[in-house]
Design a protein around this ligand. Structure first.
Ligand code: C2O
Length: 520
């Protein structure tokens, strides 16, 4: 019953709609010739992708020259810069249907996010190398997760993208030029944090989305997406944020999936996302690639450096070394980041002593929490619209044994507790965002996210050309095992979850249909 996603028929483009775009919109050159199977050229030199804030003058010249040449190719060449941008547009605006299906093909918001973007960058990089006639060329990565305080700063828009003409995009948010620090949970409104707070929040978000909240493959990669499935079943942790937030924060073309590929910084942004896949795997435990054959055998097509249509498999992309590239070593200090204890930062909440044991005051606070009602799992007809203000719900923790028998191969200690927010629906054409807090009923849009109670965030990047009323649907899954331990509430029978709409998302209707806890 294997049913991996198959490459679409490129001759059947649905002409995804980008307002003001030329016609045909986002459609890729269609080749009646069958795609050639990918073969790695083992004679390629090992290429090293370097941090874009650390490039030397010679490399910067080369990098700019490569894009100059790519931009000079005729528009109908699949290797041209505009065609490269169209590739992204086509697969995020659903220009194609899945093969033998009426379901739209979408490579975001599912387990295809990482491998599809890895392949996309792979061919993009090979085309740039071809422009230069230099097989050693590697795409620099924008090291926005690095909150180092020394110049040149990694977590601002790197100078190359401002100073080198072929790497510039004039549509970026004017207020986010250096030295403004990137906001890894940006939601369309300035956070107004001082640099030190911004760094701390960025670090805690990184720690949450890669370390404590993403201990299993599905939490990290996102949900299964097989042939015939409705698209966008649910994104993984990093895809939600920081990935999405960096798009919005950069703004302009980057702020919309349909146009993001028109900004050269896009490819450097995604090189960092790609690097984080490797970093995540290096953290150990259950942090390994998906072994499901429907993931490993999913296939895509791309045009290569010779403008030949190539068919690739997810399974051939799990090792960057096999693809003959690697990343410059940079520090990832967020791996060990510890957020500030809440009892100091916010009044009126439960103090937890430094050794993680709940104090007598905690017991009192817990009884307060008891008064909050339970929203419960998704059932037909029930929904809650978050309209600007926070929403609290009690959530029962189910019996672990039930799940343990289903997952026999996973040890007790490795079984991860997962908070599931079901039936999230947001307007496709608008920015929306909410944060998730645990046992902090009075969390609001001013609450710092550099606290142990912060569990995760949901950010939507708009899709252009969506009819009003079109909703993006998703399930949000957040690993909370470490969090409950850190909060000293490993043994409670239920927790309180608070959802806080934020930024521009405050005014956008966000619907949820259920909240529950599972083990996986
Ligand atoms: Cu294809 Cu950053 O999105």
């Amino acid at each position: 019953m294997a049913s991996p996603i198959q490459p679409p028929d490129l001759t059947q483009c649905q002409k995804a709609d980008v307002p003001g775009g030329s016609s045909p919109k986002c459609c890729l050159p269609s080749d009646p010739v069958k795609a050639t199977d990918f073969q790695i050229d083992a004679s390629l030199p090992m290429r090293v992708r370097m941090a874009s804030h650390l490039l030397d003058a010679a490399y910067i010249t080369k990098y700019n020259r490569a894009y100059e040449l790519m931009r000079a190719l005729p528009d109908d060449d699949p290797r041209s810069f505009s065609q490269q941008a169209s590739v992204h547009c086509a697969f995020c605006q659903s220009a194609y249907l899945q093969k033998n299906s009426n379901e739209k093909l979408q490579i975001h918001f599912s387990w295809l996010f990482y491998p599809w973007h890895r392949w996309y960058l792979y061919f993009h990089e090979r085309i740039l190398a071809k422009m230069l006639n230099d097989d050693t060329f590697a795409l620099p990565f924008w090291n926005w997760d690095n909150q180092a305080i020394f110049s040149p700063l990694p977590n601002v828009i790197p100078a190359v993208f401002i100073e080198k003409p072929a790497l510039v995009d004039n549509t970026r948010a004017p207020s986010h030029q250096p030295p403004t620090l990137v906001d890894l949970t940006y939601s369309g409104k300035p956070g107004g944090l001082d640099p030190e707070q911004q760094r701390a929040e960025n670090n805690n978000l990184m720690h949450q989305e890669l370390v404590s909240g993403a201990k299993t493959p599905s939490l990290f990669f996102g949900q299964a997406y097989r042939a015939g499935d409705a698209n966008a079943p649910g994104p993984g942790s990093v895809e939600r944020a920081p990935h999405t937030a960096v798009h919005l924060w950069t703004g302009g073309d980057m702020g919309n999936f349909g146009t993001a590929g028109r900004d050269p910084i896009f490819y450097s942004h995604h090189a960092n996302v790609d690097r984080l896949w490797n970093v995540w795997k290096s953290l150990g435990g259950r942090r390994k690639d998906i072994t499901d054959p429907d993931w490993l055998n999913a296939e895509f097509v791309f045009y290569d450096e010779n403008a030949t249509l190539i068919k690739v498999k997810v399974g051939d992309a799990v090792s960057t070394e096999k693809l003959r590239y690697t990343y410059q070593n940079v520090p990832n200090p967020w791996i060990t980041h510890i957020s500030s204890p809440l009892s100091i930062s916010i009044a009126g909440t439960k103090p937890v002593s430094s050794n993680g044991v709940a104090s007598p005051a905690a017991a009192e606070a817990t009884s307060l929490l008891e008064e909050i009602e339970e929203f419960g799992e998704e059932v037909e007809g029930k929904f809650k619209q978050l309209a600007g203000s926070a929403f609290q719900s009690k959530v029962k923790r189910p019996v672990k044994d039930l799940f343990r028998t289903l997952k026999k191969q996973i040890t007790d200690e490795e079984l991860e507790e997962v908070l599931v927010i079901q039936g999230v629906e947001v307007p496709s054409d608008k920015i929306s965002k909410f944060d998730v807090f645990i046992n902090l009923p009075d969390a609001n849009d001013k609450t710092s996210i550099n606290i142990p109670e912060f569990a995760g965030t949901f950010v939507n990047v708009p899709h252009l050309g969506m009819a009003p009323g079109m909703n993006r649907k998703a399930t949000l899954r957040i690993g909370i095992g470490d969090k409950l331990e850190q909060l000293g509430i490993k043994d409670v029978s239920s927790i309180v979850v608070t959802l806080v709409p934020k930024g521009q998302g405050k005014d956008v209707p966000i619907v949820i249909k259920g909240i529950k806890i599972e083990y996986e």
